[in-house]
Design a protein around this ligand. Structure first.
Ligand SMILES: [Zn+2]
Length: 671
């Protein structure tokens, strides 16, 4: 085997030669993507919405979560110490807790890439040393299995692959950003073990791959080390699935089978997103990573079908996915925390795990770069502003696991639920979502831009500065000024660029009818198509100013007529932000079920700097129905209404003023 040091030296040299290898996904050599990533750190949020979120991530979310995971409550570091023989004790947390710790470490690396805080790096070094001590000589690493002395790879429910995947992803980005090899060495040692075990495709291990982040992780390890075995293994984990679904295989005993884990139908033949939403979307995201390297058309065709099935038939207005905690697939397999039928979109019982929503954006980010189409960035944005940020409190310290679109007091017995709760909690025993969300906020600036063949695509809007190189290695610096998402005006100033023509692709969001673009004050005479990039090709020069104006009227949005749960209801949306109404903004004792929206409500938007961290709220008239219902059905006459002035807040900000009722969709009174 080649020495890791030799490989790493080559890589560092290669990265200096090529540049652009430090993206959150290293697309620098990927032959089958239209877009490529910018390096993490090339874009920094400077002002406005995302700058504030990033500051909270840096100052509160990540340190606070570190205290939890390294302390007794989270016990994640303790697990590594116990596995390393440094302290005595038992494993605590779920089987995937190592993976949750790696996600938090990954967030620390993103912060370091932006702020160059050496304290972060030295702390990571200490943690990596402990993890290295916990790793077995053959490369095996899974603290629960090691501490509890469970046979390795005996049952997939222990999530060995999930932990591996997050290890690889975190280690790759750590190496790229820091040049250090200590974390990467643990990852390659572990991946080499997987290769020895799984590459021969032994029958007894053929069902492995529960919650398989390892496909994404292996693809990234391939991109980082150029060792083709890792890509080969990533493809094996795709090919292994869909060929068997009997329940009596020893490695699946006691666990879900079939559609729940996407193993009833081979991925290339699949037509419907099924099963656990996180498992499914990590799988699809991994397959998209493999496609970016292999260019296999059958894989892309399947991913196209699955992306459309999710987005067009199973996704909430908030970008959330995974409609049901418990349900059944169309092929009659029991599923949990996942997809059920098309257009089945319950509001108050919606599961919508924060991880699943983020995975939806991760899958779309990969499709965006593969295809260069803005509809994928539309989904990323829909998730980010709505069903991702709803997972964490404004304070940055409390978490939702599940993200329903309505909460009705007394309608559900939360005491019997392990992951759903009526308020955000300071700690979740199943801790997969919080570090997933925090790492996403930490890396969000790297999602903001992609590089096209001869230009740069603006994927996300927010005050930022970009200093990067185009694909031809010429420098481009620009700044973006905007109050987005509260205002639709975006000003981009070119600070530095090459002296030959190149493209700037501005994403015109799918909601942004009537948008206009001007260059140096001259309006471009062309129609901009919502849901597409507007490409402006010209010989740019420092000082050039590009302005995009996206009108942001308050909009009423209804669901597809087949969504029974939203028939004759509307949601209030402005720009990319979905709004809701909650108890603190209603007269006392008002049931959320009695709140209706007159269509002539005269909804107006206003920014409130002191409300919930500063946000644009919407005000208007609601109609409160005087009704107390005790019977299942009753004869109705003309209802009596009380008209009331009310405030709507962004959905992501709900439940920050105590436990309350809330709804996104409201029955409408057309007038
Ligand atoms: Zn989760």
């Amino acid at each position: 085997m080649r020495s890791i040091n030799t490989i790493v030296t080559c890589l560092i040299l290669a990265s200096i030669a090529q540049g652009q290898t430090n993206g959150i996904i290293d697309y620098s050599d990927s032959p089958h993507t239209r877009f490529h990533g910018i390096d993490i750190g090339d874009c920094r949020w400077t002002d406005g919405f995302w700058a504030k979120k990033f500051a909270s991530c840096e100052q509160t979310m990540v340190p606070h979560m570190g205290d939890i995971l390294k302390g007794e409550t989270g016990h994640a570091l303790n697990n590594f110490k116990i596995a390393a023989g440094m302290q005595k004790g038992t494993h605590q947390g779920f089987s995937w807790h190592d993976g949750d710790f790696y996600k938090w470490m990954e967030a620390c690396v993103y912060l370091y890439a932006i702020n160059q805080n050496e304290d972060l790096l030295s702390e990571l070094d200490q943690l990596i040393e402990i993890i290295a001590d916990a790793q077995e000589p053959d490369g095996y690493l899974h603290t629960e299995i090691q501490i509890e002395k469970i046979p390795h790879f005996s049952n997939r429910r222990f999530h060995e692959m999930y932990n591996c995947g997050h290890l690889y992803t975190a280690a790759c980005i750590h190496h790229r950003v820091t040049g250090k090899t200590n974390f990467l060495k643990i990852a390659t040692k572990n991946a080499d073990l997987l290769y020895r075990l799984f590459q021969p495709r032994p029958k007894q291990l053929s069902r492995f791959g529960f919650n398989q982040t390892q496909i994404m992780g292996l693809a990234e390890l391939y991109r980082t080390t150029k060792d083709a075995r890792y890509l080969e293994l990533a493809e094996i984990f795709i090919n292994n699935r869909g060929n068997q679904h009997d329940a009596d295989h020893p490695t699946v005993t006691g666990e879900s089978i079939g559609d729940m884990v996407q193993e009833r139908v081979p991925l290339r033949k699949e037509t419907e997103a099924v099963g656990h939403a996180v498992l499914a979307l990590y799988f699809y995201a991994g397959a998209a990573d493999v496609y970016a390297e292999t260019g296999e058309q059958a894989l892309l065709n399947a991913l196209d079908r699955l992306w459309s099935n999710v987005v067009d038939k199973k996704m909430y207005l908030t970008g959330a996915v995974g409609q049901a905690h418990y349900g059944i697939s169309s092929r009659r397999d029991r599923i949990s925390e996942g997809f059920v039928g098309e257009y089945v979109m319950p509001n108050s019982s919606a599961y919508n795990e924060t991880c699943a929503n983020i995975c939806n954006a991760m899958f779309s980010y990969r499709m965006l770069n593969i295809k260069g189409e803005s509809k994928y960035a539309d989904v990323m944005e829909r998730v980010l502003f709505n069903s991702a940020l709803s997972g964490i409190s404004i304070s940055g310290t409390h978490y939702f696991y599940s993200n329903p679109l309505r909460l009705v007091e007394g309608a559900r017995d939360y005491s019997k639920m392990n992951t759903e709760s009526p308020r955000r909690k300071p700690y979740l025993k199943c801790f997969c979502c919080p570090p997933n969300l925090v790492r996403t906020i930490a890396k969000s600036s790297a999602w903001a831009y992609s590089l096209s063949e001869n230009g740069v695509a603006v994927n996300l809007y927010g005050g930022n500065s970009l200093s990067t190189q185009l694909r031809d290695q010429t420098a481009i610096d620009l700044t973006q000024q905007t109050s987005y998402p509260w205002d639709g005006k975006v000003t981009i100033t070119i600070e530095r660029c090459k002296d030959t023509a190149f493209d700037i692709h501005l994403r015109i969001p799918d909601w942004a009818d009537g948008s206009a673009v001007s260059v140096n004050g001259r309006k471009l005479d062309r129609e901009l198509v919502p849901g597409r990039y507007a490409t402006i090709n010209r010989q740019w020069a420092p000082g050039d100013v590009l302005e995009l104006d996206m009108p942001m009227p308050v909009r009423l949005v209804e669901g597809h007529p087949r969504i029974e749960e939203t028939r004759n209801q509307v949601a209030i949306v402005r720009g990319p932000v979905v709004y809701c109404i909650e108890s603190p903004d209603l007269p006392e004792e008002t049931s959320i079920l009695n709140v209706y929206l007159p269509s002539n409500s005269n909804l107006t938007a206003e920014f409130h700097p002191d409300l919930l961290g500063g946000l644009t709220a919407i005000e208007g008239t609601i109609a409160i129905r005087n009704r107390s219902t005790s019977t299942m059905y009753q004869t109705i006459k003309q209802p009596a209404w009380t008209m009331q002035h009310a405030t709507f807040i962004p959905y992501f900000a709900w439940c920050n003023r105590g436990e309350c009722e809330m709804t996104v969709f409201l029955p409408v009174i057309w007038q």
